[in-house]
Design a protein around this ligand. Structure first.
Ligand code: ACM
Length: 457
């Protein structure tokens, strides 16, 4: 009798699962909603029982893993597995700083669905590009999708990329089939230079600017008092809402300098009209107005934690706590749902994952163990506040990453580790996790996924 439990990702409840023989997989899998989570593979058939959709999806991903491990066959066996501790298990991919093709994205989404993630947060707009089509706004494709890079010899190079509606639909369908819900993100009111390069009338100065080619935070932001801007934002939100079935649309909100708002006549008029005492409150007004449009199209807005720098915003906005956990503390105290993705708490996977001098990455370090140490339950909070935590997500920003393959390298193995933290919650055990290292590398090898070979702690 051989044991197989060591070969699966670490959410299996049964220990020492054995198998007696290998069989050819059957096409038909019986899915049953029940009060346990179980995979049963017999000569007669395959049954997955799960307490909910997440568990049925995971049961199916176990079958895919087993087929990989046993060279397209399946072991006769039966095992039970845990339910997830958190209902939101997300991964964010920046497709702006460097464009990621539909094919490369599908590869990443497929791999993430195998390791238990269920939300794909798709970063589609920023200063360096606008990457999705909005009907009636053709300059998004001809101008905002392209940036020009000058090398040391002053030679001009082009970086561009754009997703048509068909591309968005292809990703939506592919993700849905794998139990993953897409959250499209359109950055507002900052990180908007690519949009303003094509439509300067949406900005505060009206001046033409190029699509940004540096990394950072830039002064040119959306003008809250521009009626044309709000017409555009509504069309863009309507477009996203009509493609994606999921409940959320992300409206950005991070790193928006207010300098251009300070003495802008239109902005001052709004502030007077609505009794807003400063530009922080003006950003809060902007967030609530954008959230209202998202609601009109049947969805819920998400925003980065700067949205709660304003003293009050629409209560339905879900807050992503990225500047540490203060955003989560503030947002839960005010009754908002939150998703944790602290940049220095094991969630920013564009960071170096080892101290090796050749390591790929940006800004700071995030060794794999940090993704395990993150206390997603935030024990420091009261029970009511903790109940507002939906889960956590990893973020891959693309400034230093030029392809889906490089992103894959940044994700693996850290996503296994954050994934286990999300599934097991307080049951997690670092020593046991480390024992699975060999198994996890076998799985990445079989999937032809590039992964970092560095130390985990
Ligand atoms: C962020 O990293 N600016 C959300």
């Amino acid at each position: 009798m051989k044991t197989i439990d060591g070969l699966l990702t670490p959410r299996i409840e049964s220990e020492n699962v054995t198998y007696s023989a290998l069989i050819e997989p059957k096409d038909e899998v019986v899915l049953v909603l029940g009060n346990e989570n179980r995979v049963e593979i017999t000569e007669e058939g395959i049954t997955i029982t799960g307490k909910g959709k997440d568990e049925l999806d995971l049961g199916q991903s176990y079958l895919r893993q087993l087929k990989l491990i046993f060279d397209a066959r399946l072991p006769i066996c039966s095992f039970s597995f845990y339910s997830p501790s958190y209902r939101y298990r997300g991964f964010h991919i920046d497709c702006v700083r460097h464009f990621v093709s539909v094919e490369e994205l599908k590869r990443l989404i497929d791999a993430m669905s195998l390791v238990g993630y269920n939300y794909f947060h798709w970063h589609l707009t920023d200063d360096q590009g606008w990457r999705f089509a909005v009907p009636g706004y053709d300059r998004l494709e001809t101008i905002s999708s392209t940036r020009y890079i000058y090398d040391n010899n002053d030679q001009k190079h082009v970086h561009k990329g754009f997703y048509s509606r068909e591309d968005l639909e292809a990703i939506e369908e592919f993700s849905k089939e794998r139990g993953i819900t897409v959250i499209p993100e359109m950055e507002t009111p900052g990180h908007a230079e690519a949009l303003l390069s094509a439509y300067p009338e949406f900005g505060c100065t009206g001046k033409e600017i190029p699509v940004q080619n540096n990394w950072g935070v830039f002064e040119n932001v959306m003008n809250p008092s521009s009626p044309e801007l709000w017409v555009f934002l509504e069309k863009a939100i309507a477009e996203l809402a009509s493609v994606f079935h999921g409940p959320f649309i992300h409206i950005g909100g991070d790193e928006c300098p207010h300098k251009q708002w300070e003495d802008h006549q239109g902005c001052r008029k709004i502030m007077e009209e609505y009794g807003l005492k400063d530009t922080n409150e003006l950003q809060g007004w902007f967030t609530s107005k954008a959230s209202g449009i998202v609601k009109k199209y049947g969805k819920r807005a998400m925003g980065w934690d700067e949205v709660v720098d304003a003293p009050s915003i629409d209560k339905d906005v879900v807050v992503m706590s990225w500047r540490g956990l203060d955003g989560a503390r503030k947002a839960t105290a005010r009754g908002h749902n939150v998703v944790l993705c602290p940049e220095n708490g094991g969630c920013y996977m564009d960071r170096y994952q080892s101290h090796d001098p050749w390591e790929l990455g940006n800004l700071s370090y995030s060794l794999p163990k940090e993704s395990y140490d993150l206390d997603i339950s935030m024990k420091e909070l009261g029970e009511k506040e903790r109940s507002l935590i939906l889960g956590a997500q990893c973020c891959v920003w693309g400034e230093k990453l030029h392809s889906g393959r490089e992103m894959e390298y940044m994700l693996f193995p850290r996503v296994f580790i954050l994934g286990e933290n999300l599934w097991l919650g307080d049951r997690k055990n670092w020593e046991k996790m480390k024992e699975r290292r060999k198994v996890l590398s076998d799985i990445t090898w079989k999937l032809n996924l590039v992964s970092c070979p560095g130390s985990w702690d």
